[in-house]
Design a protein around this ligand. Structure first.
Ligand SMILES: *Cc1c(COP(=O)(O)O)cnc(C)c1O
Length: 343
């Protein structure tokens, strides 16, 4: 893969904004370089533009070099940057599995980038060859999501590796739900594939959707491109502080994941018994996709009971499907009770 050939010309030539904190980052006592207010510490100061303290902790936790980490305002930010940096609007395209996470399409649409969708198989597996066949000389990236949203299943690693070895462009693997799955992250393989970009997030297993912090992992050349294109201070001080606290607490995260995975098995078993449920698809994530008679009607009934699930019945391969997030034991019980009363 030739990164220079993949990049848009304007990004290749871009001279990024250089902030006061970029130009001086050593030890000093008096900071009069950034037009900050001297009062109201510590919030008066601009945050570290490259979030080194947070990255160092993530690097330790995941045994990866900090230079291979990008932090964004949720995963949304690296998704958007991939289009802005690599895809010439109205010219280049990306290939994606279908159905999958809706944000890839939205970010591509905003950037006027064509999305070439390739339907998953009936069992929600995918064929790398079909994605490769859908690509052309203008395809800059292939997006896959494993475990996939909304189908909840892990994708076959052999097929993902085929994409990585045969596609001459970026392969984005979104692992937002990887902590809930029995399969390991592709992260230990990062150095084997120069075109691999892995997305993870603090929004799911880490329980921090509110602080908006997403991670991208890739080779330093790719991360440097991301850093060049992002807003200078994309991660605010509060988010960086909270993330530092949180990262010291990975034990608690493991316990949450365990509880959610246990609750998931319980939910699957109980849903199977309901007469109007047709299929409970296997899940490697913190939600389950359920096919049922009159999904829309059941969605509306649940809303009346003040229980909100996601109606996915209009999405490819998901006719009559609801997507149900696994909640706390109490919340899950409430859902099951409401569904039982429907019979
Ligand atoms: C929830 C989710 C994310 C996380 O997005 P954030 O912007 O980090 O909150 C990313 N990818 C997928 C597939 C998701 O379902």
């Amino acid at each position: 893969m030739n990164l220079d050939k993949l990049l848009r010309n304007n990004i290749k030539a871009l001279k990024p904004y250089s902030s006061a904190r970029d130009e001086f980052s050593g030890e000093a006592e008096v900071f009069l370089d950034a037009n900050e207010n001297p009062f109201n510490a510590p919030y008066n100061r601009y945050p570290d533009p490259l979030q080194w303290a947070v990255k160092k902790k993530i690097a330790e936790l995941k045994s990866i070099a900090p230079e291979k980490i990008f932090l964004g305002n949720g995963s949304d930010e690296p998704i958007d940057i991939i289009f802005r940096a690599f895809c010439e609007p109205g010219v280049d395209n990306m290939v994606s599995i279908d159905p999958t996470y809706g944000m890839y399409q939205v970010a591509a649409d905003i950037n006027n980038v064509e999305v070439r969708k390739v339907k998953l198989n009936e069992d929600f597996g995918f064929s790398a060859q079909k994605l490769l066949d859908a690509s052309n000389l203008y395809t800059k990236a292939i997006f896959v999501c494993s475990p996939n949203n909304p189908t909840a299943n892990l994708l076959d690693k052999v097929e993902i590796v085929k994409l990585l070895t045969e596609f001459d462009g970026l392969v984005v693997v979104d692992e937002a739900y990887i902590d809930f799955s029995p399969e390991r992250s592709l992260l230990p393989e990062l150095d084997n594939y120069e075109n691999l970009i892995i997305l993870q997030t603090f929004s799911k297993a880490w329980g921090m959707a509110g602080i908006r912090l997403g991670m991208a992992f890739a080779q330093p050349e790719i991360i440097r491109v991301f850093n060049k294109v992002k807003y200078p201070y994309n991660i605010n001080i509060l988010t960086q502080q909270k993330a530092l606290e949180l990262l010291d607490n990975s034990q608690e995260k493991e316990e949450w994941v365990k509880t959610i995975v246990d609750e998931r098995s319980k939910m699957v078993k109980k849903l199977f018994k309901l007469s109007f449920v047709q299929v409970v698809y296997p899940s490697d994530a913190n939600f389950i996709l359920v096919k049922m008679h009159d999904a829309r009607g059941i969605y509306e009934y649940l809303t009346e009971q003040k229980i909100i699930v996601r109606d996915r019945s209009k999405i490819a391969l998901c006719d009559d499907c609801l997507r149900i997030t696994i909640g706390s034991p109490k919340e899950n019980k409430k859902l099951r009770k409401a569904l039982k009363e429907l019979i």
